[in-house]
Design a protein around this ligand. Sequence first.
Ligand SMILES: [Cu+2]
Length: 167
Amino acid sequence: MKNITRTFACAATLFALLGAPAPAPAQEIKAGDLVITQPWSRATPGGAKIAGGYLTIENKGTAPDRLTAVSGDIAGKVEIHEMAMNNGVMTMRPLDKGLAIEPGKTVKLAPGGYHLMLMDLKNPLKQGEKVPLELQFEKAGKVALSLDVQGVGAQAPAGHDHSGMKK
Ligand SMILES: [Cu+2]
């Protein structure tokens, strides 16, 4: 029995060391009809002033809600972005009216799709850190959570240099 426990502990340590994208211990935040899980980000390579923020939002209610604003001490500004193919080029743009969370639906913010854009970072994000943010929903109100910072990773979310961004 002891050996089994040790094996599990080792596996967990290994994942931590490898910085595997395996989600950190499930973080689940409930706010009204919304359930938010797995808020995470990636470590920023030296000097980078922006980072993506990712999470999953499920609306268990019967009315639509909307993520309208995000803020956090780490960033001068946080925007809600979507990515889309534009003439074969991946571009991103801020969602001026926020992100709708339809009833019964789950919206995933992930690399290559919807994401939070942390801009004007005051400090680089380091793997293992937790970055507190405050989300503002139309109905569910204010929700505090922390992004678990994962490793830099080989494939950083595309388009994060904003050079292809059109306003
Ligand atoms: Cu973006």
